[in-house]
Design a protein around this ligand. Sequence first.
Ligand SMILES: [Zn+2]
Length: 425
Amino acid sequence: MSRQIRKRAAPEPTTGCGPLIPPLAETSRSLRQQVFERVRAAGLTARVQVARDLGVSPASVTTIVSELIEAGLVEEVATRRGGESGRGRPVVALGVRGAAHRVVGLKISDRDLSAVVMDFAGRLLAEHHEERRPVALAPASLLAVLETLLDRVTAKAGLARQELAAVGIGLPGYVDSTGGRVLWSSILAERDVPLGRLATERLGLPVQVDNDANLCAMAELWFGAGRRLSDFVVVTIEHGLGMGMVTNHRIFRGARGIGMELGHTKVQLDGALCRCGQRGCLEAYVADYALAREATTALNWTHRESQSMAILLESLHDHAKAGNQAARSIFRRAGRYLAVGLANIVNLVDPPLIILAGARLRFDYLYAEDTLAEMNALVLATGRPLPEIEIHAWGEMLWAHGAAALALSALGERLVAPVRDVAAQ
Ligand SMILES: [Zn+2]
């Protein structure tokens, strides 16, 4: 029998029953983290409100807030008590001290580079976008691209690199975020690249790396519709097809770190060839390179790597709108495959909301009534309402916002969760 399959006749004898959960300190958020996260999420709030929200004594919140203020992470802001006149006596509210730190979010995709600088409170200080040629890079070349991008957006914010505290980087492909390794990406000419470590060395800053679809979910979770939702799914349609999943207000990347690869779930045995090297992946039917491949065949167009994919797709869309049957059938087929993917998500995960995100969502075929009807027909008939579907055509900067949120999240963890806090609870 192979190592992968292990056969057990009966449970191993053990004492006790129920899940063997590690000690509390390893699994739960410390009170210090919870206080900081409440203040960050609220924008401005009062100590008494934080205590109420967390169900702890005001005294314990006051102690922790004093520490956070002393550490320069939280500040007191004079504000006017609300009320009809808005002229009540001044009160002191708590907020994250934006000036404490700055982070950068970088996103590299096949054809775009985007970047943002944010302060510690998540306020946007600068953004930058440029196009790139779609070529797979050697790791050294990618590092040079990232460094240039970082320097450009940092200069726009009027900052020096030494004034930054953390960097988040997003790129398409299989990314082990915990270990900072890129196992495969269309951006990289090599497999299994320790990009997190290499970029940390090159930039001289702590770097977090993640899959671009997770960044999209992160952007929704930190700045978008997902802020108020504990569970939702984001499906991204760009050069590839990605998925990000949020459960209990946190990104779920799969138990071993690189799950949620919706684009590479198989929808056809021995089907169309995918960029990953396998056949029949959903992405190979829905992503823009799939549409371009069909357009070049059905409409007898030529498409060179140097040609803008956006222009080709716009042209295909125009033809479909003008009634060209071949162009219409290309979109219709992509929409049907997308419906299969969405229905599979619903049947597996049962989310309350699916957000479709990406610049391609201008192409309304993707969420046409036909597509939704097809999805509904493939979802298990339970008699309950279907999940809501929202379209977010945020544009290219969405991803970089998610990358900055990744950096802010990691920075917050590092600064706010010292081990000594465990004893203070
Ligand atoms: Zn694939």
